[in-house]
Write a protein that binds this ligand. Structure first.
Ligand code: SF4
Length: 257
């Protein structure tokens, strides 16, 4: 999807209420990729998936590391998304915005509003890096998959940003307040803080009010070499044990995948 010959588009404009400052439109969204049909990005829905460029974090298990660079322009035009939605009327349920970190981009709200106006549901994957933006975005969103990556004190190690923990856990509280349909996800991998604290994290997520939880086994495909080459001795058994252990937490729905 990435094409080095694609011309650079104008820099993102900051959100502003000042008159005279141009508000971002859907066409400003920097899109790194468009998957026309996904059955996995929103459980139970047929969705087109829009990959937004740029993420302020740097998780060791990121399987889209090319999408982290915030200075990289998009390679897919919004008009391609519009054309897909016009063509797939009645065949697709939804559009899922993912990344990178989709909420980084001020144009996301306009893009979501357009998708809604076109008659589709809107899904969002986020790691909660910009929690306060979620209040507004939740009004434009029908379902959110929120990554809780670790206990707050472990974000420096897991996501490369110490402040990320406070942000992500605040995002959880904000999303629960909005009442948007929510799946909280925790990604685990061998010899890691998320795996070590999975039960504690799940209990805290449940205590705060989330009812749907997904335990995700980090995929190796697409990850950087250091991560892909980590030893995985005994991991299959550990993964089974974690799935079993979390079934006692009391979520309405627990997904292990
Ligand atoms: S938050 Fe997501 S996109 Fe960003 S670095 Fe982590 S895994 Fe990759």
């Amino acid at each position: 999807m990435r094409n080095a010959s694609t011309s650079r588009r104008p820099q993102l404009q900051p959100m502003s209420r000042n008159p005279g400052v141009r508000r971002p439109t859907a066409s400003d969204l920097e899109i790194a990729g468009l998957v026309p049909l996904s059955t996995v990005d929103w459980p139970g829905r047929l969705a087109a998936t829009v990959f937004c460029q740029g993420c302020p974090w740097n998780c060791e298990y990121c399987h889209n590391p090319d999408l982290i660079d915030c200075s990289m322009p998009g390679v897919v035009e919004w008009s391609d998304v519009q054309a897909l939605l016009a063509k797939r009327k009645g065949l697709l349920d939804a559009v899922v915005f993912t990344g990178g970190e989709a909420t980084r981009q001020p144009a996301l709200a306009a893009a979501m509003a357009e998708v809604r106006d076109a008659g589709y549901l809107v899904g969002l994957h986020t790691a909660g890096a910009y929690p306060t933006r979620l209040r507004k975005l939740a009004l434009l969103t029908d379902w959110v998959g929120l990554d809780i990556k670790a206990l707050p004190g472990d974000y420096a190690q897991v996501a490369g940003v110490a402040a990320g923990g406070a942000r992500a856990w605040a995002a959880l509280d904000i999303l629960l307040e909005t009442g948007v349909d929510l799946e909280v996800r925790l990604t685990v991998f061998p010899d890691s803080k998320p795996a070590e604290h999975a039960l504690e994290i799940a209990h805290e997520v449940r205590r705060r009010g989330a009812t749907v939880f997904a335990l995700q086994n980090a995929r190796v495909e697409g990850t950087r070499e250091e991560f892909a080459n980590r030893p995985r001795d005994g991991w299959a058994e550990e993964w089974e044990r974690l799935c079993q252990e979390l079934s006692s937490v009391g979520f309405d729905e627990l997904r292990c995948r």
